[in-house]
Design a protein around this ligand. Structure first.
Ligand code: UGB
Length: 594
């Protein structure tokens, strides 16, 4: 084959030569003569170049990594061979008490040294939403999207710094989510965030692999099969963009890594950062008590002689590891009904100083793995092409002695309630005794966190009984939204609200830094919404609120099945209507009383 006949471009010629050396002749075999199919050929070479540039070590690096991992997989090498799982180094913050307050206060003073990293490249196949998950409202009282909520949290962090400066916001997108994420930011004036604080890092797909020799798979003659590489790409992108190093130079000490649909995550942020700071954790995984069998990994300290590794054991690997080591019965519930090891919610706090060193050492390629499905026992052929994958929580696999990984356990619904499953699957998960992780439960828990904050401030909270809406558990209320601008810590809530009560179907929304509530009673279905701009000081004292409030209306079967009903309502099975809520908006600085 004459490479010059395939392309006149010198860079492409060099890449083809490298690929031929790496056993990829089939990619260029039987090419049509120049003049025939030139367009697909050009597109093919462009896609090879793009992938080559996006993967550290290029396509040949990817192929050689694949060969090594495929050889290990063929040998059935167990990555955990010889390791015994022990409890990780953990801090238990499941209760609100002095310890919790201590860590919150520490973390709150660290906002100016924290950057937020949001991995949002996933397609959300289990949810099946026709759009990006970041656009879905986390609640439908005011219909705040996940992205709007996260942005509000960043602005609230900034407002609480001694010398306010924008919190860097790194968003990882993919081909599936990039355009819509950019559009959401643009159409909403970046939710008030500054352009320079937002860093979009787009992950690329990786080529599928056809066999144990690492031959790249073709969909058609001039087209590779491409597949997602996983959320671990965030490390590669933070390395290749130079951003991790840049942030460190700017004085950022910790990255707080979050997933796309967890509206609770900022509740736990201050205390979790406090733990990372005090304990000197290089890697701190937020965790919850895990229900056996659920789709969250288990966090354990794996010990083999002197080697210790605190790791997430992904949910599909946990049961076999337990059976082979400490629990012959596998992943079974303890006396409290929980799994033996805390559950990983994939909210990670990474100390930037050690991270930058690891990235340099590894070029950001973090613990790739391969999971081929073989055609038969000989393990010589695959049922379908496979690919290398990577998970962001695997970073500690590359830790050296002295680098510390720990776990901070929170009350589950305070820190974690994702929206991952469509309404049917969520109902089935509930019926099977697991967390439904649906739009409805995520919203129900969003209000619950508000109630927890009120209760911590001593307000009498009368919670409604849990009911089933389309076979998914939901607690009607009270629906409490204490927006990030109002408070970022329990201490702040306590300093702004005292006394009072709220009834089971009432709604309270407080949005603004200078709102004070003293002995405010919301009865029945009443609702009070206060929105105050910066500088507007609003005091509500000894007031009883009675009005029509907001009503939760279940969708009829017809509405549920009609495409005229917005998809974000259909994925939860209800809507919320304003039936006379008291809404007070203060747009100008000044002192006000209600
Ligand atoms: N994501 C990307 O940005 N790019 C990708 O290529 C893939 C995903 P999933 P899953 O907390 O519930 C994780 O698909 O399988 C983003 C942990 O591995 O929802 O549920 C995507 O947009 C598991 O240990 O992950 O598993 C989303 O924001 C447990 O913690 C995030 O990555 C579980 O989440 C997660 O993607 C959980």
């Amino acid at each position: 084959m004459n490479i010059q006949d395939l392309t006149g471009n010198k860079n492409e010629q060099a890449l083809i030569a490298e690929l031929l050396d790496a056993g990829q002749e089939h990619l260029f075999a039987n090419w049509d003569a120049p003049g025939t199919n030139d367009e697909p050929k050009t597109a093919f070479l462009k896609s090879l170049t793009r992938i080559n540039e996006s993967y550290p070590g290029g396509l040949t690096g990817y192929i050689s990594n694949a060969r090594k991992l495929l050889a290990d997989a063929k040998e059935d090498r167990n990555p955990f061979e010889g390791f015994i799982p022990h409890q990780p180094d953990k801090v238990d913050l499941t209760q609100f008490n002095d310890v919790y307050d201590h860590y919150e206060a520490l973390g709150r003073n660290h906002f100016d040294k924290t950057a937020i990293v949001l991995v949002a490249g996933g397609l959300g196949e289990r949810l099946g939403y026709n759009g990006i998950k970041l656009d879905i409202p986390v609640e439908v009282t005011e219909s705040t999207s996940y992205l709007a909520h996260y942005a509000a949290c960043l602005k609230a962090m900034e407002a609480r710094m001694k010398k306010p400066k924008p919190v860097p916001f790194i968003i990882m997108t993919s081909e599936d989510t990039n355009a819509k994420t950019l559009a959401a930011l643009k159409n909403n004036n970046r939710f008030g965030l500054k352009e320079e604080q937002i860093h979009i890092l787009k992950q690329e797909l990786v080529p599928a692999i056809a066999d144990n020799d690492g031959r790249l798979a073709l969909e058609e003659k001039y087209k590779l099969i491409l597949k997602p590489h996983g959320h671990g790409d965030i490390h590669m992108l933070l390395y290749s963009s130079g951003l991790a190093e840049k942030l460190e130079k700017q004085g950022i000490e910790h990255l707080f890594v979050i997933q796309d649909t967890n509206g609770q995550v900022f509740n736990a942020l201050p205390a979790a950062i406090g733990v990372s700071v005090e304990k000197g954790f290089d890697f701190n995984s937020l965790a919850v008590n895990r229900i056996p069998g659920e789709a969250v990994g288990g966090l354990a300290k794996l010990v083999n002689g002197k080697t210790e590794l605190t790791l997430n054991i992904e949910y599909n690997q946990l049961d076999p590891l337990l059976r082979a080591t400490v629990s012959p019965e596998g992943d079974v519930p303890d006396a409290q009904g929980f799994s033996m090891f805390p559950g990983n919610i994939n909210v990670l706090i990474i100390r930037l100083n050690s991270y930058v060193k690891i990235l340099k050492r590894t070029r950001g390629i973090i613990a790739e793995f391969v999971n081929p499905k073989y055609s038969d026992k000989t393990k010589t052929a695959f049922k379908s092409p496979t690919r290398l994958e990577t998970m962001m929580q695997d970073l500690p696999k590359l830790f050296e002695p002295g680098e510390k990984a720990g776990v901070t356990i929170f009350n589950r619904r305070w820190c974690f309630s994702a929206n991952k499953n469509n309404i049917k699957d969520a109902a089935a998960k509930h019926a099977a005794g697991g967390p439904p992780e649906s739009g409805a439960t995520a919203e129900s828990d969003f209000y619950l966190a508000g109630r927890m904050k009120l209760a911590a401030a001593g307000v009498k909270v009368e919670a409604a009984k849990e009911e089933l809406i389309r076979a998914i558990p939901f607690t009607r209320g009270p629906r409490v939204l204490l927006r990030p601008a109002f408070a970022m810590t329990l201490d702040e809530v306590r300093s702004k609200i005292s006394g009072g009560s709220i009834a089971d179907e009432a709604t309270l929304v407080l949005d603004g830094r200078d709102i004070r509530l003293e002995n405010v009673e919301l009865s029945g279905r009443s609702a009070l919404v206060i929105k105050a701009c910066d500088g507007a000081k609003v005091t509500v004292k000894n007031l009883k609120i009675e009005n029509g409030g907001f009503e939760l209306v279940k969708l009829t079967d017809e509405e549920q099945n009609s495409s005229a009903t917005p998809e974000y309502l259909r994925l939860r099975g209800y809507r919320i209507e304003n039936c006379g809520a008291q809404i007070a908006v203060f747009n100008k600085p000044g002192e006000y009383r209600l």
